[in-house]
Design a binder for this molecule. Sequence first.
Ligand SMILES: Nc1nc2c(ncn2[C@@H]2O[C@H](COP(=O)(O)OP(=O)(O)OP(=O)(O)O)[C@@H](O)[C@H]2O)c(=O)[nH]1
Ligand SMILES: [Mg+2]
Length: 360
Amino acid sequence: MFHMFKSGACLTRDVGVGWRSVATSLNYDRIRRLVHGILAGDRGALSRAITLVESTKREHHLESREILSQVLYETARKDTVPPKTFRVGITGPPGAGKSTLIEALGKHLTAQNKKVGVLAIDPSSAVSGGSLLGDKTRMMDLSTSPNAFIRPSPTRGVLGGVSAYTFDVLCLTEAAGFDITLIETVGVGQSETVVGDIADVLCLVVPPGGGDQLQGIKKGIVEVADLVAVNKADGPFLHAARNTAKDYRDALHLLRPRSDDWTPEVVLVSAIENKSIDKLWEKLEEFQKVMNKKGIIEARRRHRRSEWLWSQLKEELITCVIQEEPLVHALLEKLRAKVILGEMTPRAAAEEIVQQMIKK
Ligand SMILES: Nc1nc2c(ncn2[C@@H]2O[C@H](COP(=O)(O)OP(=O)(O)OP(=O)(O)O)[C@@H](O)[C@H]2O)c(=O)[nH]1
Ligand SMILES: [Mg+2]
């Protein structure tokens, strides 16, 4: 059932046929051009490669996998410890000003000649079409900078699949030299843990509001935040923003910090008026410095890569083998009925299915 990979011979699957090894004629010229382009920082090549990653066509998927493996080979050779790349997760409730803040922070960084990538993970996009187009227009100024690369990440509707998919895009943007990545996600439900899987630091953006506001924000997000930015600290909102900042400081004070090396802080900012954006970046950089000094960012990345392997393997096995192997699928349906009726334990059913798969 399992085959070795060789260039041009890839593991693939055809619906209803199961796993098989086929010699696929990939467009190696295009692959070579794109890999060179990406490594040289060519944004056009980067965009085209990301389109291949996003494509649902089989040959595009295989090409993107080849591009990624070549790009990773090159970047891994040049990788430094601690990593020079920095992945900043920006989460928070809808309308808190995340996109506006990313634009302000992005402009602050590109003005210093830093290269910034912007990715958006939008768990709602699969259902509603999402607000990604809106985000792109909101980041109009930043998107014209040659030092910025903005790419919304459409999700495939499966939260578990988001991080690995976005991770592929991240590998490409970093290989193209965009060392700082700002990743936006709406802090509802599970998405903040998804961004937590990718980001080195998590910044929670909140709008001004009374105590009720704080209650409305999932406690879980506050627990995993490394920094809280109270946005819209301007005009008529200034007073409320100061109160909100105090509420968060009090709340954070009661929580046990996630790391012994970092105590989360609250920063008052105004993305629209560009106030304290420099201070926010200073704090983020301080986090990076402190964590890198102890090797924590690299250690966390390694741990997560290993975790991803397991979750991807599970996902691949389930979709590729069970769903597309008719016999195993039929067995699954049969045993599922027994499990539902309580005639068989889920564990025994799973074991029997795996035994069948191994025998094939
Ligand atoms: N007064 C004020 N308004 C702001 C500020 N930042 C953002 N806004 C406004 O808040 C609204 C939402 O801003 P966005 O940046 O789209 O917020 P978001 O968190 O990205 O929203 P979603 O992506 O839809 O969750 C817009 O009308 C912004 O103009 C700020 O610093 N001050
Ligand atoms: Mg937004």
